[in-house]
Design a protein around this ligand. Structure first.
Ligand code: DX5
Ligand code: ZN
Length: 220
């Protein structure tokens, strides 16, 4: 299984986004957390900032939309040139149309689930998707404690992905660190968001590389 580390810049210096992104050359993508103060009780940045980042870098952009009315606002991020766009299933009225629109615009389509949302009702959606993101904290803030209670859902989601051919990536987001990444990899995750673990370090790229090695080693 290929391992990917996608650092979140949520807790980086957002006044120097370009420089912060350049600090993690070993990362497989840059995770950008869009929050609208409606779907989650926090506000970050939106399409103008993502479009500016797109113009500034060739890096793989992994957009995590924590926004209401995502059927309306989500496609713009794909049209802006992001490689991957993740919508929350709790915020979408028509996820099939949304996923198809994202793919038609050239992006990978991805569905996120909050910790309390089950995967099973969405099995039929998997052929429309390129990734499933399982939140391992309540969405809204960086620096929260990893929720072990999500581990069985990671295992069940891996089983469903394998049943459907195994192409989808399985991303985890929230509280991922040297302490928690191995249990996520063993449960079946292959793509890891790490925010504070990476950006609260003096050497973010060294953390990215060591998280990658740890996850790979856990898979033996
Ligand atoms: C939380 C965001 C995460 C966050 C992760 O709602 O989706 O991407 O930045 O930060 P850490 O790794 O600190 O939990
Ligand atoms: Zn995120």
């Amino acid at each position: 299984m290929e391992i990917r580390i996608t650092p979140s810049v949520l807790n980086a210096d957002l006044a120097n986004l370009s420089a912060e992104i350049a600090r993690v050359p070993s990362a497989d993508g840059i995770h950008l957390d869009v929050m609208d103060n409606r779907f989650v009780p926090n506000l970050t940045f939106g399409l103008p900032v993502v479009a500016s980042v797109r113009a500034d870098t060739d890096r793989f952009l992994d957009i995590h939309l924590m926004i209401a009315d995502v059927d309306r606002w989500g496609p713009g991020y794909a049209e802006a040139g992001a490689e991957s766009v993740t919508f929350h299933i709790e915020a979408s009225e028509d996820p099939v149309t949304l996923a198809r629109t994202l793919r038609a615009a050239g992006a990978r389509a991805s569905m996120a689930l909050k910790p309390g949302t089950a995967i099973e009702p969405y099995e039929d959606l998997l052929p429309e998707l390129d990734m499933v993101l399982l939140m391992t904290v309540e969405p809204g803030f960086g620096g929260q404690a990893f929720m072990n209670s999500v581990l069985p859902k990671i295992e069940r989601t891996r089983a469903l992905i394998d049943k459907h051919g195994g192409q989808l990536w399985l991303q985890v987001d929230g509280g991922i660190s040297a302490e928690t990444i191995e249990r996520c990899a063993i449960a079946g995750a292959d793509t890891f968001v790490a925010g504070s673990a990476v950006y609260r370090s003096d050497d973010p790229d060294a953390i990215v590389r060591s998280l990658h090695e740890q996850a790979a080693a856990a898979l033996g």
